[in-house]
Structure formats: C-alpha cells, structure tokens
Write a protein that binds this ligand. Sequence first.
Ligand SMILES: Cc1cc2nc3c(=O)[nH]c(=O)nc-3n(C[C@H](O)[C@H](O)[C@H](O)COP(=O)(O)O)c2cc1C
Length: 263
Amino acid sequence: MKLFLADAEKCKKDGICIRECPFNLLKENTHGVPEMLSGAEAVCMRCGHCLAVCPSGAVSLAGVSPEMCEKTANEPAVDEAAVEVLLKNRRSVRVYKNKAVPRETVSRLMEMLRWAPTAKNLQPVHWLLADDKEKIREMARLTVAFLHENNVFPEIREAWEAGEDMILRSAPLIAAAYAADDALNPPTDCAIATTSLELAATAFGIGSCWAGFFMRAAKNYRPMIDFLALPEGHSVYAALMLGYPKFKYHRIPPRRKTGIRWI
Ligand SMILES: Cc1cc2nc3c(=O)[nH]c(=O)nc-3n(C[C@H](O)[C@H](O)[C@H](O)COP(=O)(O)O)c2cc1C
C-alpha cells in the first residue's frame, strides 16, 4: 500500500498539501495531482498535515482516509480570555484532598495527550501512573533515600522522619512521563506532554505539581530505577503529582515580566 494517496477525482489541484509538507516530500504528477517523491517514504514523519490540510478530503496517509479523522474545531479553538484564565490560574498544588482521581478521568486526560507535539513526530512519550498509596509512598521514600545518599536537602529528610512527605506531598496520583533515551529529544517531549497534562487536568478540577526531586531520583538512583521497572533504555524525564486541591487560591500571585528581546 502506498503511504501517500491523493484521490484524483476529489483533488482540486490546489497544491495546498504540497506547500504544507514539512519536508517538501510531495510534488504534482503529470496530471497535476500530488504524489510522494520517490524515496520519500523513509523520510516522511507521518505528521498527517497533508491529510489534515486538504480542503477537498482527497488525501489519505498510511491507510488513514479523511473520513476516518475527527473534524477540527472552528478557529480559534479556544478564545484569548479562556487561555489567559487557564495559564494564570494554574498553580502548583501541594496540599491535596484525600480523594482518588478516577481512572476514567485519567484515561480521558491520557487520550488528550496524544496530540502533544513531539520532535519529528516520533511520539516517544509513555506514562508511568501510580494511584496506589503504598507505591507512591515507596517512591517518595526512595527519593528521600537518594537525597540522603547525596547528602542534600536535609530539611526534606527531616520532614520525612517527622512524617511529612515533601517529595510527593501524599498526592493520590503520580504521572511520570518516560521515553526511550535514544529518541530525538526525550526531555523536551516529556516536558511538553507533562505541561499539557498539567493544564488539561485543571479543566477536571485537578491540581498538580511538578515532582522535581522524584524526577532526579527516577533518572539517577538505581533502587528507584529498579522499583519503577521501566523498559531497558528508557528513563523518566518529567513527572507530576496530581489530585484535588484542598485549598482554593483566591488571587493570582505576581510573576516577573516576561523577558523579551527582539532581534
Ligand atoms: C521542572 C520543575 C520541577 C519542580 N519540582 C518541584 C518539586 O519537586 N516540588 C515542589 O513542591 N514544586 C516543584 N516545582 C514547582 C515550582 O516550585 C513552581 O512551579 C513555582 O514555585 C511557581 O509556582 P506556580 O507553579 O504555582 O506558579 C517544580 C516546577 C518545575 C517546572
């Protein structure tokens, strides 16, 4: 089966798919209908832009026809005010209600994350999820052991001894983004997916906080790596604690002006 197919009957020969292809892999054939350059199949990253952009629904890619695709939203998909509210109202939540996040909600969020951008559309991000209190506690304990071994953050270790979890904040859900180390840009891909999760979760009333200490242990501490049991050659690159916020924020804290320099 050909990777790229343009239906000559439906094609309006407008050249839009040719212009849109990120790697210029398409050209007009002798009848003005687009086709893929020879040898281009190996280069195509299957981003689907040719299929997505064709106004007449003439393009199929990798066996996916226009009819099989969900329609796009009217533009813009979200208005300016809504985006501003979303970005300004997100907070790092560190105090959670003792209430589980339903797995159906987690599945819904995970489904949305499929569309986060990834370097060369490699889509290398996987998720390690934990909602078992004992397992989350063990992840926090191992992180404390890692800090102890490196003789850093004594206050976090002392808090742990006193019964306070400053690592994962006794959150009911942990989501860690992991990827193959030999992907093109796993740290960035995982960070984008994680930030997407963080923002999307707010729509479900779920708060979150990046789990930086845990991330470091998950990347560098053998007992943690063994506990997480990721596939060989994969690492955790980003992680969030998630749960229902115990407290409501009544105001938006100030932040520095965005540093901007046009060149
Ligand atoms: C990469 C990264 C790692 C972080 N790690 C932690 C962490 O381990 N524990 C924590 O309480 N907050 C962590 N944070 C949250 C930051 O402290 C927080 O984003 C910052 O104070 C601003 O607050 P806000 O997110 O509510 O605007 C992390 C944030 C990022 C981006």
